[in-house]
Write a protein that binds this ligand. Structure first.
Ligand SMILES: *[C@@H]1O[C@H](CO)[C@@H](O)[C@H](O)[C@H]1NC(C)=O
Ligand SMILES: *[C@@H]1O[C@H](CO)[C@@H](O)[C@H](O)[C@H]1NC(C)=O
Ligand SMILES: *[C@@H]1O[C@H](CO)[C@@H](O)[C@H](O)[C@H]1NC(C)=O
Ligand SMILES: *[C@@H]1O[C@H](CO)[C@@H](O)[C@H](O)[C@H]1NC(C)=O
Ligand SMILES: *[C@@H]1O[C@H](CO)[C@@H](O)[C@H](O)[C@H]1NC(C)=O
Length: 321
């Protein structure tokens, strides 16, 4: 797992500085520096990773805030029986001895391809690396950036939904691989709803508090709506709407809309599924930055004549422009 080195004073109250050893694209000056804890040990109430903390499975990068889409099983050519050095997400453990010419990963769904992170011990071999978004189609245009000596982020400029990702090249010294699934830019942002179910509970911010037990809940009104306003603009690849356990009819028929800084509609998704889902996944535009979103048009609930909008959680995976 990734080691995170930060400095802090042992006396009195200490603050948790941003992780200096990693790229800091995450929290530029105008960004929203809010962190849900995704590592083995976090600072008090702020979600920042503590000294020597490791990322939880499925997370990587700055303060472990990026979702890693890498599946549990990867195909390495030539075949290898032991892949612990790759699956442990520890950038300090690498393949040794056996040669590797390609790694193929099959995801359990379709995801928008953004960028991958690759850690090689033999940095001269970065130049041999090629990215394929299917068995045969190579990313036509890639943008490379290097957060540190042994780490390269490769962005595919083509916007495609992928199920398979293949990396070829001289990967003999491969240490880690991550497929970026974005970070949840909705977490902690400014939420509101057109009415409250009750004055002090089920408030709108419960839908973006990172807690899958609390929920937001409007009153029963003719046209209830939940809204979220981001502090800045984000490119969002996927929205996840968590429905109320045991009350799955609640979100049925919902409309999710997102808006750019001029309030022009970017995403406009109407739920037409006949079966309610516990988690709805909506693919975002990903090329037009958004600054707010709304959820409404949920089903009317018997016996009440009017609908509620109630959300366990809403997540928006993406990043800065
Ligand atoms: C990285 O490469 C150097 C030089 O070949 C080698 O000594 C070292 O053991 C390698 N590190 C890992 C973690 O494989
Ligand atoms: C993919 O698999 C993981 C773990 O096996 C699971 O938690 C997740 O819900 C799956 N995602 C999809 C889209 O099926
Ligand atoms: C809901 O309650 C919160 C907290 O009291 C308040 O700030 C908000 O304005 C209320 N919303 C509406 C629509 O009344
Ligand atoms: C995103 O929105 C722009 C502008 O409306 C549109 O041209 C583009 O096709 C959309 N892309 C996707 C993937 O929906
Ligand atoms: C749902 O919200 C969208 C965006 O604010 C709005 O255009 C639409 O009219 C609303 N639908 C209803 C039934 O109020």
């Amino acid at each position: 797992m990734r080691k995170i080195v930060i400095l802090f004073a042992l006396v009195g109250t200490f603050t948790w500085p941003f992780v200096a050893s990693q790229d800091n694209r995450y929290c530029r000056l105008d960004d929203f520096c809010s962190y849900k804890c995704h590592c083995s040990s976090c600072g008090p109430k702020n979600g920042l990773c503590a000294v020597d903390a490791t990322c939880d499975k499925g997370w990587f990068g700055h303060n472990c805030q990026y979702l890693d889409l890498k599946p549990d099983k990867v195909d390495i050519e030539p075949q290898q029986s032991k892949t612990q050095w790759l699956m442990d997400n520890d950038d300090a453990t690498c393949n040794k001895g056996a040669s590797i010419s390609s790694v193929t990963m099959t995801l359990n769904g379709s995801y928008p391809l953004t960028w991958i992170r690759i850690v090689l011990n033999d940095t001269a071999m970065f130049s041999t690396v090629k990215l394929f978004y299917s068995e045969i189609e190579e990313c036509p245009k890639t943008i490379w950036s290097r957060p540190n000596e042994r780490t390269m982020d490769i962005r595919c400029e083509k916007s495609v939904l992928i199920k398979t990702l293949k990396i070829i090249g001289n990967l003999d010294s491969l240490c880690s691989l991550y497929i970026n699934g974005g970070r949840n830019v909705a977490y902690g942002q400014r939420a509101s709803q057109t009415s409250n179910f009750s004055n002090n509970i089920y408030l709108a911010n419960s839908a973006v508090d990172g807690d899958y037990l609390t929920f937001s809940h409007t009153g029963a009104e003719e046209r209830p709506r939940f809204s979220l306003t981001f502090n800045t603009n984000y490119l969002v690849t996927r929205f996840l709407l968590y429905n109320r356990a045991g009350l799955l009819e609640r979100l049925q028929g919902f409309r999710l809309q997102s808006f750019d800084a001029n309030s022009i509609v970017v995403d406009n998704h109407k739920d037409i599924l006949t079966l309610s889902q516990s988690v709805y996944v909506v693919i975002g535009n990903a090329s037009v930055p958004i600054s707010s979103l709304s959820v409404n048009e949920t089903s009317k609930i018997y016996p009440a004549p009017n609908p509620y909008v109630t959300l366990m959680e809403i997540e928006a995976y993406g990043g800065r422009v």
